[in-house]
Write a protein that binds this ligand. Sequence first.
Ligand SMILES: Cc1ncc(COP(=O)(O)O)c(C=O)c1O
Length: 383
Amino acid sequence: MRIRKKFLPFSRPSIGKSEISAVVKCLKSGWITTGPLCKAFEDEFCRLTGSSHAVSLSSATAGMHLALLALGIGKGDEVITPSMTFASTLNVITLVGARPVFVDVDYNTLNINPDVIEERMTKKTKAIIPVHFAGAPADMDRIRLLAKKHQLTVIEDAAHAVGTYYKGKHAGGFGGMAIFSFHPIKNITTGEGGMITHSDNRMESRLRLLRFHGIERDAWKRYGKGGNPEYDIQVPGFKYNLTDMQAALGLAQLSRVDAMNRRRGELAALYMQGLEETTGLELPGIPDYPHVHSWHLFIVKVLSMDREAFMKRLSEYNIGYGLHFPAGHRLTYLRKMRGLMKPTLKETDRSADRILSLPLYPGMKNNDVHYVCDAVKEILRHG
Ligand SMILES: Cc1ncc(COP(=O)(O)O)c(C=O)c1O
């Protein structure tokens, strides 16, 4: 086959006229940091997820950090998480002084396996953090049942899950806490950004204080007409707020998310067709419960070739790729952590050396997918 001249990236944000004019309008408005557009973006997120509260943030990592702190999780506590997750979750668990406790995943979907969660619980366990991996929802009914039985909080890692539904409910709509990411490769972007959704009135003020230095009123309220610029701080906080410039972008993206995710779904279906029964390759597993997949990522498993050699060949075909994720329990600092439970993570290990994310973003053409499928098959056939 003929090698394309132009590099096909692994991901590319879908930014159209509506996004550009919304950001320009904000730039011209005289107010560009946290203000009415962040509030409107938060309101839209409540509507989308069915949560009563949404707090906009500078990243999902910031959201996970604040969620742990607001729940009072810290030294001596344990948090159950898959090892197959992004390192940011493991970092913030560690940075608040708690310990991650790893649970294996389902090999096919890469989602946390509810069958093995309970055996990892101890008296120190405070929360469970399932990831809606690649946009396929984790089995929330089973996870929530376990959490209820042991009085734990579920923090959904919904970084991949704008547009993910589980049995008719959007990710983040289950009464616990959820964090969303708006990093540029995500289903909607604000450049960088994140959101926590939850439905706990007491948690709301704690999260907002921690988000902005510990100050009760953000700059919009202090500097607006009749605002009081004085403040007191009872608990120190962070600088984790989103800006109105970013919220303008986020609102425009959110109004197009259904169409963008539909396109992701079409492209994923084309991949499924194009790579069906390809020797030496496994396609993404689909959960067997009712759901809507957001198709954030299209993750294959390379069986018949060394993954590094496969990636090298893909770049020779001018095709980008991603790796979601290097397994957490193999990261050096976690391998060295004293007293960390080291269970066998058979399915995580089995998938960790094989997984690879192929290009997937709404602006891709059908022909781009055909090209990747042909290249993958040619590489696997000839090495
Ligand atoms: C599963 C998962 N969780 C959390 C994050 C962190 O998101 P952010 O980059 O917005 O902090 C990511 C980002 O890639 C992710 O993929």
